[in-house]
Design a protein around this ligand. Structure first.
Ligand code: S3P
Length: 434
C-alpha cells in the first residue's frame, strides 16, 4: 500500500517520548533466544516489520514464540541443534540484518533453507557474507550477481576461520560469529573499524564466552547458550530523527527516554555535538549489558563540519538525519568514506541528495559521501524510494520549511518505527498520513 506523509512547516518539538525498541538488539534477541536452552523473555522488543520477519522465520523453524503484551516476547529456545526445517522459503521482507545474520546461523544447520526478500533486499550485496561462510565450509547459492534468494545448504561441517572484514560491517561480523557457534575451533573476526557490538554483548548475556582483544573478536564452537532476559532499550537510530528535528527547530526542548547509547552506535551524538547541538546525556545506566540514558535535546544553531571518517561506521544508519542537520547548518558539511550508504535500503547518498536539492539545498553527492552547504529549506515533494530512514529524515526537514514537505513511498517506516506519525504528532510535528 502506498503511503504518503504530508508534514507542515514549523515546530517546535516539545515534551518527552520513548521511541520503539532497538532494531539490532531485537533481531538478535530472537535469534539467540531461539537457539538457547530454556525460555528467554524480551521486553521493549521492536514490533516493526523487520524484526517481526525474523520472529516469524524462527516460528516457521519450529520455535514457539509467545507475545504476551506490547513489546513482550517469550522465546522457547530449542538449543543450537533443535531448529526444524521450514516448509517454505523464509521471507525476510526489507530486512538486511535478518538475511545476513541468519545466513550465518543457518549455515550450520542440518537442513536446507531458502531466504527471500522484497525488491530492495533482493538487490543488496550478499557476497560479503557468503564469501567468509563458504570459507568456513558452508554451501550457499545466490544469484549470479550475489543477491537473494539465498539457498543455504544444510548438513555441512563448518571449520573456524580467522577473517579480516574487508568492509566495516557488523552484519558480516555477526554472520561469521553466528556460524562460529557451529564451527570446529576458534573463529576470529578482525574489524577495520569499530562496528556495533550487540552480537558479542548478547552472546555473553546468553552465557557464551566471547573473547575480545582490540579489533579482534573470537568465539569457539561447540558451546551452549542459556536462556536469559533481554531488556531492549529505545533505538538511538530512531531517536536520531527527533534529535535532529529538535536541534533544527527554534523553541524545541525534548526528552528522549531510555535510549541505547552503546559507544559503537553514538557517532550521531559525536557529529551533532561537533556541529554545535545541545544534547544532554542524562541518567546513564547499564541495562542487560547495554548502556542506556535519557537524552535532552534543545534547539541550537549548527555549523558545518568535515565529518571524521572514524565516526562513519558508528553513525552509519543516521546519515539521512545528519544530512538534514547539515542542510540547516551554517557553512559546509563534508562526508567521505561512506560508500556503504549506497547499498542500504536505498542508495542513501543519491536519494538524499535528490530530495535535498528538490527542497533547494545545495547538496552534491560524491562516490563515497556528500558535500552540503546549509541554507534555507524550501517546500516540495520528495520521494523516499521506500526507505524508512529517508522518509523520517525528510519529515524532520519539513520543520524548517514554510509550506511543508510531501514525502512519497513511506510505508516502510513500519519496518523500524511503527506509529512514527502518532508519536511524532504527540511532540509537535504536524504530520498526516495519506
Ligand atoms: C546492523 C548493522 C548495520 C546497519 C543495519 C543494522 C546490525 O549494517 O546499517 O541497519 O544490526 O548489525 P552493516 O553491518 O551492513 O553496516
Amino acid at each position: 500500500m502506498a503511503l504518503t506523509f504530508e508534514v507542515a512547516g514549523g515546530g517546535p518539538l516539545r515534551g518527552r517520548l520513548r521511541v520503539p525498541g532497538d532494531k539490532s538488539i531485537s533481531h538478535r534477541s530472537i535469534m539467540l533466544g531461539a537457539v538457547a536452552e530454556g525460555v528467554s523473555e524480551v521486553s521493549g522488543f521492536l514490533e516493526g516489520e523487520d524484526t517481526l520477519a525474523t520472529l516469524r522465520a524462527f516460528q516457521s523453524m519450529g520455535v514457539s514464540i509467545e507475545r504476551p503484551g506490547v513489546g513482550c516476547v517469550a522465546i522457547h529456545g530449542v538449543g543450537l541443534h533443535g531448529l526444524q526445517p521450514p516448509k517454505e522459503p523464509l521471507d525476510l521482507g526489507n530486512s538486511g540484518t535478518s538475511m545476513r545474520l541468519m545466513a550465518g546461523l543457518l549455515a550450520g544447520q542440518a537442513f536446507d533453507t531458502v531466504l527471500v526478500g522484497d525488491a530492495s533486499l533482493s538487490t543488496r550485496p550478499m557476497r560479503r557474507v557468503i564469501d567468509p561462510l563458504i570459507r568456513m565450509g558452508a554451501v550457499i547459492d545466490a544469484t549470479a550477481t550475489g543477491t537473494a534468494p539465498l539457498r543455504v545448504r544444510g548438513g555441512q561441517t563448518l571449520c573456524a576461520i580467522d577473517y579480516h572484514l574487508p568492509v566495516a560491517s557488523a552484519q558480516v561480523k555477526s554472520a561469521v560469529l553466528l556460524a562460529g557457534l557451529y564451527a570446529h575451533g576458534r573463529t576470529i573476526v578482525t574489524e577495520p573499524a569499530a562496528t556495533r557490538d550487540h552480537t558479542e554483548r548478547m552472546l555473553a548475556g546468553f552465557g557464551y564466552t566471547v573473547e575480545r582483544e582490540r579489533a579482534r573478536v573470537g568465539i569457539t564452537g561447540g558451546g551452549r547458550l542459556r536462556a536469559t532476559c533481554v531488556d531492549v532499550p529505545a533505538d538511538l537510530s530512531s531517536a536520531a530523527f527527533f534529535l535532529v528535528g529538535a536541534t533544527i527547530t527554534p523553541g524545541s526542548d525534548l526528552l528522549l527516554e531510555h535510549v541505547g547509547i552503546n559507544p559503537t552506535r553514538t557517532g550521531v551524538l559525536n557529529i551533532l555535538d561537533a556541529m554545535g547541538a545541545d544534547i544532554q546525556v542524562m541518567s546513564e545506566r547499564t541495562i542487560g549489558g547495554e548502556p542506556v540514558a535519557d537524552l535532552r535535546v534543545r534547539y541550537a544553531p549548527l555549523h558545518g563540519i568535515a565529518i571524521p571518517p572514524q565516526w562513519v561506521p558508528l553513525a552509519i544508519d543516521e546519515f539521512p538525519a545528519i544530512f538534514v542537520a547539515a542542510a540547516c547548518a551554517e557553512g559546509e558539511t563534508t562526508l567521505t568514506g561512506a560508500a556503504e550508504l549506497r547499498v542500504k535500503e536505498s542508495d542513501r547518498i543519491q536519494v538524499m541528495a535528490d530530495g535535498l536539492r528538490t527542497l533547494g539545498v545545495a547538496a552534491t553527492p560524491t562516490t563515497d559521501g556528500m558535500v552540503i552547504r546549509g541554507g534555507a529549506m524550501g517546500d516540495g515533494e520528495v520521494d523516499s524510494h521506500g526507505d524508512h530512514r529517508i522518509a523520517m529524515a525528510f519529515a524532520m526537514a519539513a520543520l524548517r520549511t514554510q509550506g511543508g514537505v510531501r514525502i512519497l513511498d513511506c510505508a516502510n517506516v513500519n519496518t523500524s518505527f511503527p506509529c512514527f506519525a502518532v508519536l511524532a504528532s504527540g511532540v509537535g510535528l504536524s504530520i498526516t498520513e495519506r
